[in-house]
Design a protein around this ligand. Sequence first.
Ligand code: GAF
Length: 379
Amino acid sequence: MELKEKVHAAFEQRFGTDGAFYASAGRINLIGEHTDYNGGFVFPGAIDKVILAEIKPNGTDTVRLVSVDFDNAYCEFGLREEDAPAPSWARYVFGVCREILKRGGHVHGFDAAFAGNVPNGAGLSSSAALESCFAFALNDLFNDNNIDKFELAKIGQSTEHNYCGVNCGIMDQFASVFGKKGHLMRLDCRSLEHEYFPFNPQGYSLVLVDSRVKHELADSPYNKRRASCERVAARLGLETLRDATQEALNAIKGEITAEDYLRAKFVIEEKERVLAVCDALVAGDYDTVGRKMYETHAGLSKDYEVSCEELDFLNDVARECGVTGSRIMGGGFGGCTINLVKDELRDQFVKTAIARFAERYGHEPKIYDVVISDGARAL
Ligand code: GAF
């Protein structure tokens, strides 16, 4: 069944009526990882995998929610801070409601069912898709679309910070809200200035190889990476690492931990790589784009330490297959590699990656071809 029909069947069964449909997208990021919360640049695009919701105001102050993908799990909650629901999937929606209210916007009770085809834990940001879908919908249903798109993205980001325990940057929610078919976006995460770049690499494809592993570490490694960067920025007298240089970092090397030094070194290098990749893309220089992707992988693996054995293995296989560029994508600790592959090598690469990974780890990775698509929208 199509996603929309599936959602509607659940909505009708639970609420016996029809609502309005909204969707928002997962994202890829060509380059610029862990730079967003450092005020740096990122280069994402929305993809053709979405979270889709059917929603209808219900005239009360209670939200009634069905998660179709969780066996039609049901949850209801009020809209006050103390009404936070227990299931984590419902907290994303609760957080979006609360963040709109905190900003002086309007939210009243509504009924909703939602489902998605953004793979969970693959680093494609299904959570940002969920937040953006509801932020966009509640703006339309209760706020006459008066909340601008920047604020919609920030509402999703604040939801992660305040209701989900992840101190993320703005990249995922921005890409999910602002995504445009056929275009990547170079986003300056400090000013939120952004530029759309047509993305249609002649003779190349983007292929995601999903390791289907997720190494959830108990002590919140993502937040720890961010804390390292903030410590170094503070030590340099800067608000973020955006303006840090390798020289300035070297000058304080003896005063910070070896670990913090490596984290900051990666961020300083990655900032420059994003700009270099944008220029290379405009010039049609895919070899440079690819080389930078490999450099990012090495930095994420050795200096930022957010890779894992399985992703390093996939990166090695890509290199052996002659793939132009390959790297871990997203926050890390599992999920996907993103690969820039010459069209004539694509099938052989996919076949080899599946076979070699399965032989080594006992399960096949999943392959997704990337289609750059629109972000949040009413259907
Ligand atoms: C996750 C976060 F949500 C983003 O903000 C970003 O930091 C990314 O990891 C790493 O680039 O997706």
